[in-house]
Design a protein. Structure first.
Length: 170
């Protein structure tokens, strides 16, 4: 299914953590995703293999489980191999236009950044919704072995460390 060429940016003011990454997915889902795909049962997420949404990050998977439980969606995660994150379509279909839109303009405050991102458009009809996220996301949060074992995860062969599904717990 194709969407209506609407992008969403969750602009955080705290740390880039797994909690922030999943909060961003949730904000997209409730702002754009659900109304665009009201009958969706599955969500596919492509992401890097490192950083806050890395394939080895326990908090990332734990937070995705919370999202899956809350929405009822099956969450398919496909990590790009190391060094290939530029294959991500968001890099080419969104961020380059945001960068062009604010080129040469002083980013004097957060409201200016939100407005410049929100006013990004293309000739093909791209529109961008930008929300400011002032939540605090603490660093170095740990997921206990007990909590981690509750994740309803299914590995997708042959690269189950990079590709997996997190299913809602019933």
């Amino acid at each position: 299914m194709l969407n209506d060429n609407t992008a969403f940016v969750n602009l955080g003011t705290s740390h880039d953590t797994s909690e922030f990454a999943v909060e961003s997915i949730g904000r997209w889902w409730y702002t754009v995703g659900y109304s665009t795909f009201p009958k969706a049962e599955k969500l596919i997420i492509t992401c890097d293999s490192g950083g806050s949404n890395g394939n080895r990050i326990r908090l990332w998977k734990y937070q995705l489980q919370q999202f899956a439980d809350q929405t009822g969606l099956e969450v398919y995660v496909l990590h790009f191999p190391r060094g290939t994150s530029k294959w991500n379509k968001v890099e080419h279909r969104l961020f380059c236009y945001i960068s062009k839109n604010w080129a040469g303009r002083p980013l004097i405050d957060i409201e200016t950044v939100v407005n410049l991102i929100s006013n990004t458009t293309t000739k093909t009809g791209l529109t961008v919704i930008c929300e400011l996220d002032n939540n605090f996301y603490p660093l170095k949060q740990k997921v206990s072995d007990k909590d981690f074992e509750t994740i309803n995860i299914r590995r997708i062969s042959p690269f189950g460390e990079w590709n997996y599904t997190i299913l809602p717990r019933k």
